[in-house]
Design a protein around this ligand. Sequence first.
Ligand SMILES: *Cc1c(COP(=O)(O)O)cnc(C)c1O
Length: 383
Amino acid sequence: MISTARDLGDVQLEAVIDLDAIAENCRAVAEYAGDARVMAVVKADGYGHGAAAVVPTMLANGVDRLGVTTIGEALELRRSGVTAPILAWMLGVDADYGAAIRADVAVGVSSPRHLAAVVAAAREAGRTATVTPKIDTGLNRNGISATEWPDTLRALAAAEAEGAIHVDGLFAHFAHADEPNHPVIDAQAEALSAAIADARRAGLRPEINHHANSAATLTRPDLRFDMVRPGIALYGHTPVPGIAGDELRPAMTLRAKVLIVKDVAAGAGVSYGHTWHAPRDTRVAVIPAGYADGVPRALSNRFEVAIGGRRFPNIGRVCMDQFVVDLGPDGGGVREGDEAVLFGDASVGAPTAQDWARTLDTIDYEIITGVRGRAVRRYRGGA
Ligand SMILES: *Cc1c(COP(=O)(O)O)cnc(C)c1O
């Protein structure tokens, strides 16, 4: 997987992470959040940015808490020295709840069976587990279903009375947050409010309740509850382009060194299957990044790189380890060893992960979390 080594002499492909951009984005999102706290979602290794490496910057710039999916991810953050509250929420009935409790990691629960496992682990550890029940307010994915809510609530109240758990808040996740006026959003928010009221009537004191991901944080200040729970926005990508968050700065730049520059004669085919033929004598550059590194093969002949501030189109198929770009008959001034930017910050003229996502009919989340293989992460900026 991605290494953070700086001193590999032969690094040809880098994911450069700009910690100053992360800092700015966190402060911007904290502004959107107003009085609500901010839980930074750093699942999937910080959306491919390296969770342990970006978290200190986040915590220094308006982020209070961290959210991950698995207990393993949370423990890795604890091992890296993070003491801030962490919530892990995608857990099976056989998850290692004891490890979470010992490491002071809050756990999401999605059914009475999951809660029973947490309670058993807390009794065994002789400690109080922090529990954030996940309410299924309409996404119909993870979360406590409406039919199981009454039983779960009774069990939550009993477990809290016994001292096995403390419920710090309730949370839920939106299905249509990137469509700011969708009626399902309001229905979901009302369902969470109703669950909070139920919990209070049952004697619980859920104080930090949360529903809003990035899109809701950016577009629906009325749905902040006590905390917002953004991910993608902190890394500089808006899930609602043209509506909000366009000022955020993508923190990741994927760049590669030009491996070789060479001539291709008019009529010659390039790369596997010769899906592109040179319309004239031209020069091409070989870029050492392929689908094994997170450059989707489906992008073949459909994207551009920036070299020296100019754009050059990919020609021919993206291979496992490399792809080719057309420099034009004059070679565009490109030399071997030059830096080719695959995607990065549009404000400095780079193609973007959003460009790739649009071309591929997906979302930039999939592009930035897909960087892998020989890409080496490098960090710049930060205190
Ligand atoms: C991934 C995730 C988030 C963050 O979503 P973004 O769209 O990246 O802001 C928030 N909450 C839950 C439950 C998630 O799974």
